[in-house]
Design a protein around this ligand. Structure first.
Ligand code: NAD
Length: 356
């Protein structure tokens, strides 16, 4: 049976997520929350799906009000980034399993407040929504990194990401990424590096740098940690993994999922969006084209929501889903920490401090 769910943040990015929510089988939206209920209603009425369950008449301005009027077990949050932490804490304290679009927090202080709410509600799940790990190309890459028939033990790898992203959302309005420090790693790099964390867990150390390019046309005005960054990660077995990414490039060259190469004990892996190749003993043994990110990320989010629902209902993948998505936040913040201090960060100690 589908789990009753409150959907928070309904317009813009939330619109496609509402569609994914309606398309998934494991969750049933029973109420919506938005500080702009008129816009939320208009969005609901514009969806492909017949919103026959009276959802347009069940829009509230707070999660507490929605929960009071409708019995729910789950809450999905897709609001502006600056509202995430407060809403996650409200949701967990109302007894709801919670999934919030990345980044769950914009600084370490917010993340610690979230962890304290998680600890007070140990029976509930909290997942940072990361929608690039669910498509068939990302899933195949993860399998070849983890399973017997893949590259074997990872000996080294790299990821490159190269796009041009306008952070203006209107003439006088900018995404929080444009004025909050350090959101390149949390909102740009996390899309690629979450796939690494999902497959290989956290590295032991990271040394990172941020790019300081300014481009007012893109609303990238030199705020620290906005434009791009680089990182060298070292895994426990000594394997290095390097990352270079920018969203302030002069053209869009690579897609959000990134360009990847891995070198392993048994083979090598190459991925360029949906094109994947596996090499062994001097030969290409697999050369396949798979679906990369789906149009509008709706199917990616549908798969993520069904996996989340299944984890709540059966426990399957529960630790992996919660653990690795929150670890992605920790790794992105470790990159910021290294870039700020100009030091190599011990990721496990940094993680332990944030979770203490
Ligand atoms: N690929 C991705 O994962 C991806 C892509 C785009 C955006 N995002 C993220 O999605 C989030 C939403 O982005 P957006 O551009 O739609 O933001 P937005 O500012 O347009 O807000 C979305 C909705 O949230 C509502 N809202 C804001 N504060 C609220 C609150 N306190 N309570 C209830 N509703 C509230 C707004 O009224 C609006 O309807 C951001 O965190 C953004 O980083 C993720």
């Amino acid at each position: 049976m589908a789990l009753s769910t409150i959907h928070v943040g309904c317009t813009n990015f939330g619109r496609g997520r509402l569609q994914a929510h309606l398309n998934c089988k494991g969750l049933e939206p029973v109420a919506c929350v938005d500080i702009n209920p008129d816009a939320a209603r208009e969005t609901l009425l514009s969806l492909d799906e017949d919103v026959s369950n009276d959802l347009p008449n069940r829009i509230y301005t707070t999660i507490a009000e929605a929960k009071e009027k409708h019995d729910a077990e789950v809450c999905l949050i897709y609001t502006s980034t600056t509202a995430h932490t407060k809403l996650i804490i409200e949701s967990l304290n109302l007894g709801l399993h919670t999934l919030c679009v990345k980044p769950v927090a914009v600084n370490q202080n917010e993340f610690r407040q979230i962890i304290s709410a998680v600890k007070e509600n140990p029976h509930l799940m909290l997942v940072q929504s990361q929608n690039m790990r669910w498509n068939p190309a990302a899933t195949q890459m993860r399998d070849w990194l983890r399973e017997e028939d893949g590259i074997g033990e990872m000996l080294g790898g790299e990821c490159r990401f190269w796009i041009r992203q306008n952070l203006h959302v209107g003439e006088d309005s900018r995404q929080p990424d444009a004025f909050l420090e350090g959101l390149y790693f949390h909102a740009g790099a996390s899309h690629q590096l979450d796939q690494l964390v999902a497959a290989k867990g956290l590295p032991r150390h990271v040394t990172a740098y941020v790019h300081s390019r300014q481009d007012p046309v893109l609303a990238q005005t030199g705020v620290w940690g906005t434009a791009g960054g680089q990182a060298l990660m070292e895994y426990a077995n000594g394997a290095p993994f390097s990352y270079t990414g920018t969203r302030a490039a002069h053209v869009r060259m690579l897609e959000w999922s990134g360009y990847w190469m891995f070198h392993g004990e048994k083979g090598d892996l190459r991925r360029d969006t949906g094109h994947l190749q596996l090499f062994r003993e001097g030969k290409c043994v697999e050369d396949i084209q798979l679906q990369d990110v789906y149009p509008g990320l709706r199917e990616d989010d549908r798969i993520q929501l069904d996996t989340f629902a299944d984890a709540i209902a059966t426990g399957k993948n529960r630790d992996w889903l919660q653990g690795t998505t929150l670890d992605t936040w920790i790794l992105m913040e470790a990159c910021n920490e290294s870039a700020r201090t100009r030091e190599r960060v011990d990721v496990q100690s940094f993680r332990a401090k944030l979770l203490a």
